[in-house]
Ligand binder design. Structure first.
Ligand SMILES: [Mn+2]
Length: 321
């Protein structure tokens, strides 16, 4: 089971477990409330992920989240209660402060990706890992660690990838497949140019923001997530510490995706201010109380500026906050 925000780690983890459990003779079923975005279609088997639960199952395994709130679609369809009556295993690498109330077991282990946790579990339990399972685990680790470059990457993360490569996985082949899929249509390349023109900078260029209205989400999301299209470029601006992409949906819903640069670990705190969550360098929140996008944006920039100021004061004058 993947939450309503699938990514390379959650999908790779689900597909690896499908192989591992399948080889153990278990009948598996893959669930994700939203359809798998096309940028993840390089992972063979993405099309086996269904958007609703089967009426009968013995146990559920949730991967890559410990936040029950991320199963909103399941809640809406009334199927979430099905999980609560059966054993539920959570395999995750996020904050252990969060917990799924109906989970039987939380395997929440500090790691760069859920794929890493699954590898450790499968190894310790002597579960078979076939080549496809190994490829999926490498994909999941490479995805969340951005190619083993994010701060949460440990020697063990690299060790696991090394063991998997030793077991026959070709990173070059996986990467080539992913890149083939990353090619964009001419229309999307032009749209990216439009978005880049609209990037706004605040607080001495330390904060870069972009706003994506519903009509653009509707037009382009199927091919590519508009925020992801420009967040990296925003983050790569000289002096920029934090990049924030706001999306506005019909019926007043606003979401924000936050990415911080190394040394500016404020993303989790900023999201928390708006009751969201995530990591110090990558987080997000959503607001559905019909507040205007403009007022949310102003408040977000204000809070981000304060957090960045606190960070600078803390490191230059050794003040205790
Ligand atoms: Mn993950």
């Amino acid at each position: 089971m993947q939450a309503d925000n699938p990514d390379g780690d959650s999908l790779g983890s689900a597909l690896a477990l499908e192989q591992i459990l399948g080889d153990l003779g278990k009948a598996t079923f893959l669930y994700c409330g939203v359809s798998i975005p096309s940028y993840l279609h390089y992972l063979d088997g993405w099309d086996r992920v269904e958007t609703s639960l089967p009426s009968q199952f013995d146990v559920s395994i949730i991967v890559d989240t410990s936040a029950d709130s991320l199963f909103e679609i399941l809640e809406r369809s009334g199927q979430r209660s099905w999980l609560t009556t059966k054993p539920c295993v959570v395999i995750d690498h996020h904050s252990i402060e969060l917990a799924i109330p109906y989970a039987t077991i939380h395997c929440n282990h500090q790691a760069v990706a859920t794929g890493e946790v699954i590898y450790e579990l499968a190894s310790q339990l002597n579960m078979p890992m076939n080549l496809v399972a190994k490829q999926m685990l490498v994909s999941s680790i490479m995805s969340d660690s951005l190619g083993l470059t994010v701060e949460a990457t440990t020697a063990r993360s690299i060790g696991i990838v090394a063991e998997l490569v030793g077991g026959g996985v070709s990173i070059a082949a996986l990467e080539n497949k992913r890149r083939e899929l990353m090619r964009k249509s001419p229309a999307l390349v032009h749209y990216k140019g439009e978005l880049l023109q609209r990037v706004e900078y605040s607080a001495d260029n330390r904060i870069a923001t972009i706003t994506i209205p519903w009509d653009e989400i509707e037009r382009y999301s199927q091919e590519y997530n508009p925020s992801v299209l420009v967040l990296e470029d925003m983050r790569n601006t000289i002096s920029t510490a934090v990049a924030i992409a706001f999306k506005s949906y019909p019926n007043g819903r606003v979401t924000a995706k936050i990415r911080a640069n190394l040394g500016f670990a404020i993303a989790d705190k900023l999201a928390k201010h708006f009751k969201g969550g995530g990591h110090p360098y990558a987080s997000g929140f959503k607001i559905e109380d019909s507040r205007s996008l403009d007022s949310i944006k102003v408040e977000c920039i204000e809070v981000a500026t304060q957090l960045l100021d606190q960070l600078t004061r803390g490191t230059t004058t050794h003040e205790t906050s």
